[in-house]
Design a binder for this molecule. Structure first.
Ligand code: ADP
Ligand code: MG
Length: 442
C-alpha cells in the first residue's frame, strides 16, 4: 500500500531497555527464557540495559551515542517506549535520532503496541508469552516500517510526542484506576472496564477535529469503500474476527447492575459534576479566562515555543485561538469517552482501531456521546476484544479518521491519558506526523 519497508542490517547491534518492574515484575526472566537466544541466533546482538527508575530510559536515550546502535528495543510495557520516543525527540539531533528503528517486546501490563505489531504481521491475536515470542520473531526478521507520532500540546505549553493513544473520560479513568490491578497483568484493562461501568459518568466538553479526507469528495468516497471492503475481507479471512459479541456474558453482567442511561451519575459521585450541579456559564467563563491568562504569562515567561524541538505543527493554531473554520466542530457537549488511536490495539486484548496500520498517517478518533446505556457500553467493550464494536451499530458511538484534534474539557474534574500515562487535565490538542519514526514490525 505504498508503505516502504527496509531491513535492519546484520550483525545488528540492539540496545534492549528493560524495566524489571514492568507487568508482574518478570521482564528479566522473560528476556532470558524467551528472547535472548533467539536474537543472538539471528545475529541481532542484544545489549541489556536495565532501567533503575522512572525516566531513566528517557535520560539514557537522550544522552546515548546513537552511532553505536542499529536499533533500540524495549522490553516492558508501552510506558517505557513513551520515554524512549520523547528522549529521542528531546535531542539536538532529533531529526536523525528519531530515525533509529524502534522495537518492542511485551513485558508490561499495557502492551498495546506489541499487540498491534503482531496484528500488522498478519498473525492471529496472541496474549502473554505467545505474544512475546511472536514479537521476538518479528524483531529477528528486522523489517522496518514507518511509525506515526502525534505531537501533543497541553494548556501549560508543554509539548511531547505520542505513539499510541490519547484518551479522555471512560478509557482514561480505566487506564488510571486499573493500575491497582497490575498483578492480573494484561487483563487489568478489562477488569477495570467492568468496575468502571458501575460508576459511569458523563463529561462536558468541546471536541473539534480536522478530517483526514475532505468530506463528500471523490477521495473520501473511494477511501470509504476501500476501508469497508478491507474490513469485510479481513473479517472473513481471519479466525480471530467473530461478528457476535458474547451476549450471555454481557446480559448477565448487566443484570447485576442497573442498566439505565448514564446521564445522571449517582449522588455518591457528586464531585464529578453531575448535570444538576454543574457550574454555571459565568463561573466556567471566569475559570476559562483565568487559566488562559495564566498560560499566556507562562508562555511569555519561558519562551516555551522557541525551545521546542521536533517538526512544526502546521495544522495546529495556538490552543487559546479558535480552530480553523474548515475543522469539524462536534455540536454535542456530553461525552462518555473520547479516544484517539494511532495503532490498532488499546491494550493487549482491546482491538480499538482495527483499521489502523503503522504509518497510515491517520488518527483514528472514536467518541461515545451521553445517552448510551451501561448495557450498550459493556457490549461495545466486549465487542472490542475482536474489533467488532462498530458492528454493534451503537448510535452514540462515532468513528472518524482525522489528522488533528482539539479537546476542551468543561467538567472541572477528570482525567486525560496519553499512551496510557496520565497528563495534566485541561485543554489538549494533537496532530499526527506520518512516518516521523521507524518501527521494527512484521
Ligand atoms: P507497565 O505496562 O507494566 O505499566 P511500563 O513500561 O508502562 O510497564 O512501565 C511503567 C512505568 O515504570 C513507566 O512509567 C516507567 O517510567 C517506570 N519505570 C521504568 N523503570 C523503572 C524501574 N526500574 N522502577 C520503577 N519504575 C520504572
Ligand atoms: Mg504502562
Amino acid at each position: 500500500s505504498g508503505v516502504e519497508y527496509s531491513e535492519v542490517r546484520r550483525p545488528c547491534r540492539i540496545m534492549v531497555l528493560l524495566n524489571p518492574n514492568s507487568g508482574r515484575g518478570q521482564a528479566l526472566s522473560l528476556f532470558s527464557t524467551h528472547v535472548q537466544r533467539m536474537l543472538t541466533e539471528a545475529d541481532a546482538v542484544p545489549t541489556l540495559v536495565i532501567t533503575e527508575h522512572q525516566n531513566h530510559a528517557q535520560e539514557i536515550v537522550r544522552e546515548a551515542d546513537l552511532s553505536q546502535w542499529d536499533a533500540l528495543v524495549i522490553l516492558s510495557g508501552d510506558g517505557l517506549l513513551f520515554e524512549v520516543v520523547n528522549g529521542l525527540m528531546e535531542r539536538e539531533d532529533w531529526e536523525e535520532a528519531i530515525q533509529t528503528p524502534l522495537g518492542i517486546l511485551p513485558g508490561g501490563s499495557g502492551n498495546a503496541l506489541a499487540a498491534s505489531i503482531n496484528r500488522y504481521s498478519g498473525a492471529p491475536a496472541l496474549l502473554g508469552e505467545e505474544l512475546l515470542v511472536s514479537c521476538g520473531f518479528l524483531l529477528c526478521k528486522g523489517l522496518v516500517s514507518p511509525l506515526d507520532l502525534a505531537s501533543v500540546h497541553l494548556a501549560s505549553g508543554q509539548r511531547f510526542f505520542s505513539f499510541l493513544s490519547l484518551a479522555w473520560g471512560f478509557v482514561a479513568d480505566v487506564d488510571i484506576e486499573s493500575e491497582r490491578y497490575r498483578q492480573v497483568g494484561a487483563a487489568r484493562f478489562l477488569l477495570g472496564t467492568l468496575v468502571r461501568l458501575a460508576s459511569l459518568r458523563v463529561y462536558q466538553g468541546r471536541l473539534a477535529f480536522l478530517p483526514a479526507h475532505e468530506e463528500g469528495t471523490v477521495e473520501d468516497i473511494v477511501e470509504g469503500v476501500a476501508a469497508s471492503s478491507f474490513t469485510r475481507s479481513s473479517s472473513t479471512n481471519s479466525s480471530f474476527h467473530s461478528t457476535s459479541p458474547p451476549d450471555s456474558l454481557s446480559s448477565s453482567f448487566c443484570s447485576a447492575m442497573s442498566c439505565g442511561p448514564v446521564a445522571n451519575p449517582s449522588p455518591t459521585h457528586s464531585t464529578f459534576c453531575p448535570e444538576n450541579s454543574a457550574p454555571d456559564d459565568h463561573t466556567l467563563n471566569t475559570l476559562h479566562n483565568a487559566s488562559n491568562n495564566a498560560i499566556k504569562l507562562l508562555q511569555a515567561g519561558s519562551h516555551t515555543t522557541s525551545m521546542l524541538k521536533g517538526p512544526p505543527d502546521s495544522l495546529l493554531p495556538p490552543l487559546d485561538e479558535p480552530v480553523p473554520t474548515h475543522w469539524t466542530q462536534v455540536t454535542e457537549q456530553g461525552f462518555v469517552l473520547v479516544l484517539a488511536m494511532y495503532q490498532s490495539f488499546l491494550s493487549e486484548d482491546l482491538l480499538a482501531a482495527p483499521e489502523a496500520r503503522s504509518g497510515d498517517g491517520c488518527i483514528h478518533l472514536y467518541y461515545v456521546l451521553e445517552g448510551v446505556s451501561r448495557a450498550a457500553l459493556l457490549r461495545l467493550f466486549l465487542a472490542m476484544e475482536r474489533g467488532t464494536h462498530m458492528a454493534c451499530e451503537c448510535p452514540q458511538l462515532v468513528y472518524r479518521q482525522v489528522r488533528a484534534l482539539r479537546l476542551e474539557p468543561l467538567s472541572p474534574q477528570g482525567a486525560i491519558t496519553v499512551d496510557g500515562e496520565q497528563v495534566e487535565y485541561g485543554a489538549i490538542q494533537a496532530q499526527i506526523h506520518g512516518g516521523l519514526g521507524k518501527l521494527i514490525s512484521g
